[in-house]
Ligand binder design. Structure first.
Ligand SMILES: Cc1ncc(COP(=O)(O)O)c(C=O)c1O
Length: 376
């Protein structure tokens, strides 16, 4: 039996012929068109309880660039973007494109999001040199947004949340993660994400002025009359991309629920393993991250190869972590990353998909346990 790491499942365009014909008939293919407006409204209402608003982007990376550029407090001294090293390359690339230098911060050993005491410690020691904080809501886990909002005022810094994997995650109050937050929260709708389209992303924000600014920045920085009044690029989502988003939204609740069942099943099959501590009511799982026992971290590539020989796709996000990538190592600044190193060395990402069954989870776990005995 073959169990791939992911089975991307955007809505089938072949089932959307009527809607595609309507786009052809309208002659509108992009530029915040009517399908896009419907998607933004539907996302706001169905994932964020009607709070704030949504702005689609052609991918989360461009969304992050825009949001960081907008939030950054500029002065010749303020040049750092504080972020975890335990994240995807896009977080650091976005800060660099926005003109900042990533400063890597360690993570909490249980939640795997930036450790709050380290964040404050770095803000204190770097004082006026940090321009923006970019926390990553790791693997869809919630972060304490009030904490970051307070830091924004206390230290006069920008805040942008990288919530690439968080569409469908629910916070402690039962709201979609990020709902109504006054700073930009950026989500991915890439084909490999739980909210799968092809290439797309969305910025959610409770501050209508900020969202309007980001919308204009995403359209070449045009003010009302196609005159550039601010920094800009083209981040617009096509109408076909928006259609894929609307169609995914139809069954999204079921997708999230079925993956929660799979995550529970994984945890039941792997007693004694360390999983990420869930903050908030619910993580929308893209895959299932788990830590190997420390003594076996050196055998991880052997283990992945052994599982691959059995037809099971396993990854290790995020290893290497960003400070270990040659490009970022030369360009970025690093603080003490002891926990990041430990988690990154031991992390294993187990497969999940919309169509995966509990039986398949059992097979993955049995194969993992066998392979562990083999490599130990
Ligand atoms: C943490 C993180 N940030 C940003 C991105 C970028 O998302 P996109 O592919 O939509 O640009 C990803 C994509 O996987 C991600 O994992």
């Amino acid at each position: 039996m073959r169990i791939p790491f992911l089975r991307p499942r955007p809505a089938a365009l072949s089932q959307l012929v009527t809607e595609l014909r309507a786009i052809e008939g309208s002659g509108v293919y992009s530029n915040y068109g009517p399908v896009n407006s419907r998607l933004e409204e539907a996302l706001t209402n169905r994932l964020f309880g009607g709070l704030g608003g949504c702005l689609t982007v052609n991918c989360a990376t461009t969304g992050l660039i825009l949001a960081i550029r907008d939030a950054a407090k500029s002065s010749s001294e303020r040049k750092f973007a504080l972020m975890p090293s335990f994240t995807f390359a896009a977080t650091a690339h976005a800060a660099i494109w926005a003109g900042l230098t990533p400063l890597f911060c360690d993570i909490n050993p249980e939640t795997w999001t930036m450790r709050e005491c380290d964040v404050e410690g770095l803000l204190e020691s770097y004082r006026e040199r940090i321009s923006c904080i970019v926390p990553y809501a790791t693997f869809g886990n919630c972060v304490d947004l009030d904490f970051y909002d307070q830091l924004a005022s206390k230290y006069d810094v920008g805040v942008v949340i990288d919530a690439a994997a968080s569409l469908g995650s629910v916070d402690q109050q039962g709201r979609g993660f990020g709902a109504g937050f006054p700073h930009a929260v950026v989500y991915s709708m890439h084909a490999t994400k739980l909210f799968a389209t092809a290439e797309a992303g969305v910025i959610h924000c409770g501050d209508a002025d900020r969202l309007a600014r980001l919308r204009a920045m995403g359209n070449f920085g045009f003010g009302s009359s196609r005159v550039t009044t601010m920094p800009g690029l083209n981040s617009k989502l096509s109408e076909v991309g928006a259609l894929l988003g609307l169609a995914k939204l139809d069954h999204f609740k079921d997708v999230v629920a079925s993956r929660l069942t799979l995550a529970d099943s994984y945890k039941a099959h792997l007693p004694g393993f360390t999983f990420q501590r869930v903050v908030g009511q619910r993580i929308a799982y893209g895959f299932l991250p788990v830590l190997l026992p420390a003594a076996l971290s050196g055998q991880r590539s052997e283990l992945v190869a052994a599982m691959s020989r059995q037809g099971i796709g396993v990854r290790h996000y995020f290893s290497p972590h960003l400070a270990e990538h040659p490009f970022f190592a030369t360009l970025c600044q690093t603080s003490n990353l002891t926990v990041t190193q430990d988690i990154s060395d031991r992390i294993l990402s187990l497969p999940m998909s919309d169509t995966m069954t509990n039986e398949e989870v059992g097979i993955v776990c049995a194969t993992l346990l066998n392979a562990l005995e083999f490599v130990a």
